[in-house]
Design a protein around this ligand. Structure first.
Ligand SMILES: [Zn+2]
Length: 403
């Protein structure tokens, strides 16, 4: 059986073990055109799947390989060193992998998976620059049962994952799926409209501007699912509002396994203002169209990301919004749903940068937030956080006066 056949079968078998619920790639991880890899006696390494990325590698023995990880273009680049590769061993046993970095150094705790769905953590320790190519790195050990396995910085959440999720989302009541437009490389950027399509009040959500920020996606999925619930709050919310959600704004960067950028060498969340990239222009046009429609009014904008800890970048108290003071009521309700969890809020983060939160506020005067999940936040907790953020958002938005 070739790898793709193996993977397709494994995905079917592993469906029920999927810890993220509805996130399940139903199609094999197809090959891509910029694959790298290496092989030696008893072991080979490749990146021929979406999100696969390494700079170079060398199989030293059948149970030992060194992998060099580099950004997609020249520094300076935000330090989000993504890697994802597949190991194909000839037999079962312990495999030692030295990860070296050309810049930044190690950030994401390595994970491995046989099926691309269920992920396990590995033993890892930092190693000095003298022991590895690049500026230093991490030595990891995986216990292989002899099957090919994926090693990655985070779970592999790629366009096929979103497609499978959107397939389930679009079957729910009050949902219309549509294509917002195309990325620089021509990939469809998918969106869903949830709620009353005639509603005046519109809420816009966006995700995955930054390819490695998988935990933000793991929060956006339950957030959107909560909007689709059949509880009283969700039904009332969908009757009064419409929500446009764009869960994967940077499919090119995700497929190529970029640290930060799209294929235009640009950080998409530093392009809200210049709008040099097709992906950010699609968001600008979506928002401007809402604003230009006398029958519609933008009410809230949330952008999902990941960083080293859970936090919410908000506007400052001095930045008056319509609805007035919304962030305080929303986030107080959010905290109330999460007893024992410390809700961290950082007002005014990066106010001088052309980021989505600042641009949307400056242009439309509505509440905006960058919702950040920690890289290694417990995955079950992430689901709780995404759910609570949506519940509190809906409840507090329903209390605002009708526009
Ligand atoms: Zn980000």
């Amino acid at each position: 059986m070739d790898f793709r056949g193996f993977l397709a079968g494994a995905l079917l078998l592993a469906g029920c073990a999927n810890p993220t619920g509805t996130i399940e790639p139903t199609t094999p991880l197809a090959a891509k055109d910029d694959a790298a890899g290496c092989s030696g006696t008893g072991l080979s390494v490749d990146t021929a799947f979406p999100s696969g990325a390494l700079s170079s590698c060398e199989v030293e023995r059948s149970n030992r390989v060194s992998v060099l990880i580099a950004p997609e273009d020249e520094p300076p680049i935000n330090c989000s060193p993504w890697y994802a590769f597949r190991l194909t061993p000839a037999k079962a046993g312990t495999i030692t992998i030295d990860l070296g970095y050309t810049a930044c150094g190690h950030r994401y705790w390595p994970k491995y998976s046989y099926d691309g769905v269920t992920w396990n953590s590995v033993n890892a320790k930092n190693i000095a620059a003298s022991e590895v190519d690049g500026i230093g790195g991490t030595r990891i050990e995986v216990q292989s049962d002899g099957r090919p396995l994926f090693v990655a910085a985070q779970e592999i959440v790629v366009p096929a994952t979103y497609d499978a999720w959107l397939d389930t989302v679009e079957k729910k009541p009050d949902v219309t799926r549509f294509t917002l437009g195309q990325s620089a490389e021509g990939r469809d950027i998918e969106a869903v409209r949830i709620g009353n399509p005639e509603a005046r009040e519109v809420i816009v959500l966006v995700g995955r501007q930054h390819p490695p920020e998988v935990t933000g996606a793991l929060a956006m999925f339950p957030f959107v699912e909560q909007l689709l619930g059949d509880d009283d709050t969700a039904r009332k919310f969908r009757a009064r509002f419409q929500i446009v959600a764009v869960p994967l704004l940077n499919p090119d960067g995700v497929v190529h396994g970029h640290w930060r950028h799209g294929t235009g060498g640009m950080d998409l969340n530093r392009d809200w203002g210049p709008f040099t990239q097709p992906e950010t222009r699609l968001m600008r046009d979506l928002l401007e169209k809402i604003d230009a429609d006398p029958g519609q009014k933008l009410r809230l904008f949330i952008d999902f990301h990941s960083t080293r800890y859970d936090t919410i970048y908000t506007l400052t108290d001095a930045q008056v919004t319509d609805p007035v003071g919304y962030k305080d009521t929303w986030l107080a309700a959010y905290a109330a749903l999460l007893p024992g969890y410390d809700v961290r809020i950082e007002p005014g983060h990066n106010p001088q940068l052309p980021v989505s939160k600042a641009w949307v506020y400056d242009r439309f005067g509505v509440p905006t937030a960058t919702y950040e999940i920690g890289d290694e936040t417990d995955r079950k907790l992430i689901r709780q956080l995404g759910t609570a953020a949506a519940q509190s958002m809906m409840a507090t938005m329903l209390e605002t006066p009708t526009e």
